[in-house]
Design a protein around this ligand. Sequence first.
Ligand SMILES: [Zn+2]
Length: 314
Amino acid sequence: MLSFFDDRVFREASHLNGFSGNVIERWSEARDEASFGSALASADAAIYLFLEDRALLRAEGGLLAPRFTLKAAEALGLERDTLILLGVTGEGPRFAGLVRAEIGRPETIKAIDLRSLAIQAVLETHDLAALAQARSYLHWHAGSRFCGRCGGPLHMLRGGIGRACAACGSEVFPRVDPVVIMLAVDGERCLLGRQPRFAPGMYSALAGFVEPGETLEEAVRREVKEEAGITVGRVAYHSSQAWPFPSSLMIGCHAEALSTKVERDAAELEDCRWFERGEVRLMLQGTHPQGLQVPPQMAIAHNLIAAFADWQSA
Ligand SMILES: [Zn+2]
């Protein structure tokens, strides 16, 4: 007998996107205030360290190692009150913390931003995903010092799962900001745009924050209309990507164009036009005659564009 899921087209494309594949069991419900100390005392506890928004890595024989023991972390300037318990893995508990900026560190310790680490694909998938989780949590804790209700100071809750106010009892938890990123498609062509901050020759899918009170599909239609003047009909979900800059969830969709005249929002985009499938294939392969390109493989935009470029009607 078919199960509910057997009866559906089930393709989890999200695993193509960088920062996917997190194996940390967050233990959100099971943990209490004592969990932090007992996990930290574990012999196989390991810490992901950050210098502001960059991950610290130890260069070892041509490889980069992203996890540190508590002792090593303290030698590198760990600020103990930033330490949070991310959760547990089959190989032990995993923590994250910030190091003080002013401390000198050996040459073998590198501070690298997560975008570069994802593009270079130098870490194991699960470590890169854990670093994304760590960066979002550390950023949230650093910016959540005071209670939004009464103004009192917030303290860490259950090893960093949230923060709480001693004065009024409010509890707050990290939020994730949904962003729609969509590739509008008109038959054999797709719509790509260029923001002024992009690298020369780079074109990508359009994107924008979901606003309060709208569905994902409505956000896709609004953004494509606002940025390119194109009317969108059907919207098909493709995949999602945790985007820790600082704490977004990119939700990738294909969008059926119902109109074709591009009216670009000049404040957002310096160019926006239709690209034929053949031209997009050259951009993906890195063989475009004018050197035009699309975002790297770790980016959800790349995989949205590749799904369109690779598609063939039966
Ligand atoms: Zn309060």
